[in-house]
Design a protein around this ligand. Structure first.
Ligand code: ZN
Length: 218
């Protein structure tokens, strides 16, 4: 039996987040929403995140502006501006492990994700880093992502799938996608595959330097 963990990034969004919450509620599925701080702070944002939290979903941090992978951006205070400010905005909705997902900038894992400045900040704040192992590209292919996601689920034992509660139209297929998941021998999980979590509560538990632009050579 394969496992599947669902995550929804870049919201909350007034149009799409309620649709996603409705589909998940009808199916009894719990997931994680990695929110963008400035969208959380916008009118209505907190109410959407609070509704997700009240339904048993986990709320994670996905930067304040989502304006480019952290490893590509300068600024000594950038980690505080992007990660710290968002965590403050999440406030009491935060997961106990203080979940953070970096912006991938198209989905690839690599040294563009972080600078050592950011990893130091996550360690100091005892945060946990949640990466991924499946990006079906729902934001750029709102109809075609379903088949790619199913192929990714079939190809590995525990898929951590990145979807987006953005108004692209892609989430109109979420219910049909989950029908196809249910027809397979797949177990829905809320936890994350350990391989996708290099940092837990501020402690490096798996190699992370491949995701850090200026990491010291080992
Ligand atoms: Zn994102």
């Amino acid at each position: 039996m394969a496992d599947l963990t669902l995550t929804f990034d870049n919201g909350p969004d007034a149009e799409t987040t309620p649709l996603v919450l409705d589909v998940l509620a009808r199916r009894g599925i719990r997931a994680t929403f990695f929110v963008v701080g400035e969208r959380l702070a916008a009118p209505g944002g907190h109410a959407l995140a609070a509704a997700a939290h009240a339904a048993g979903h986990w709320i994670g941090n996905h930067t304040w502006t989502h304006s480019g992978p952290l490893g590509t951006r300068d600024g000594a205070a950038l980690a505080e501006q992007e990660i710290g400010r968002t965590q403050t905005e999440i406030g009491a909705l935060a997961h106990p492990h203080r979940l953070f997902r970096p912006q991938g900038g198209g989905g690839a894992l690599g040294p563009h994700l972080f600078r050592s400045r950011d990893v130091a900040f996550l360690k100091a704040q005892r945060m946990s880093c949640v990466l991924w192992n499946a990006i079906p590209g729902d934001w750029k292919d709102p109809d075609g992502w379903v088949d790619r996601a199913l192929a990714q689920i079939d190809a590995q034992s525990w898929t951590l799938l990145v979807l987006h509660d953005l108004p692209t139209g892609a989430m109109r297929h979420l219910d049909a996608f989950l029908d196809q998941v249910a027809a397979r021998n797949v177990r829905l999980q809320q936890d994350f595959p350990p391989d996708c979590m290099p940092l837990v509560d501020g402690v490096v538990v798996r190699p992370i330097n491949d995701c850090v632009t200026d990491a010291p050579k080992e």
